[in-house]
Design a binder for this molecule. Sequence first.
Ligand code: BTN
Length: 250
Amino acid sequence: MALEIKWFETIDSTNYEAFRQIETAKDFTTYAAKFQTSGRGQKGNSWESAVGKNLTFSILIRPTLLKATDQFLVSQIVALGIVKYLESFKIKAKIKWPNDIYVGNRKICGILIEHYLSGANLSVSILGIGVNLNQREFASDAPNPTSLLLETGEEHLLDNELKEILTFIKEYYDKLNVKAYKTFKEVTEKSYIESLYKFGEFAYYQETDSEVIFESRITGIDKNACLVLEKRDGTKKSYAFKEIRYLLNH
Ligand code: BTN
């Protein structure tokens, strides 16, 4: 099936545009923009991207066969789709939980997903994705950014790369949005862990409401999609997204 992509020169945010079309958009319609005036990031941050340099887009999907409790699976397939796309350039990318995409210690892609429920199932998910494609220099407050250009040494065409990325994500999505997705769920969770940034490696972390820096390693993700950290003395604790910070340059 042909991909449905709607391009905008300038828009407030492609996530907002997808939301405006929530009643009528077909499953897997993509809204992409050369520039967003109110690009949104995680934790209420803004998402900055130089005009016409990067991919900023949102995919509206209707994962109606998925239980609302399985919404983290959507996040996992999006992240894995991006990792596979980057692998096609021989780039070994990792997923920084829950869904930042890193090359080494540098962020190449950010993902902001918004879910809408209908009873016990998902009804619509808006998958907002920003991939740094052709940007060389970034604002100083951007955390360790990189781009496909910086990693490959070559410029890339926005619309070609968007179609490529969508193909990788759609391949996962088509396997996920089926009645019997239990087996695919297990495979996905395993691939996600295998691609997890800092998995099993001792590194430094800080609880959001504390000054204390501590050393731990990631041992997994619990059933609530929280990050499980283990200290050197073997004690474990789970963290929700807003409760923990990675200290990348410690
Ligand atoms: C993050 O903070 O890492 C998430 C960034 C998500 C940015 C993308 S760009 C396309 C879509 N529209 C937005 O306003 N945000 C997402």
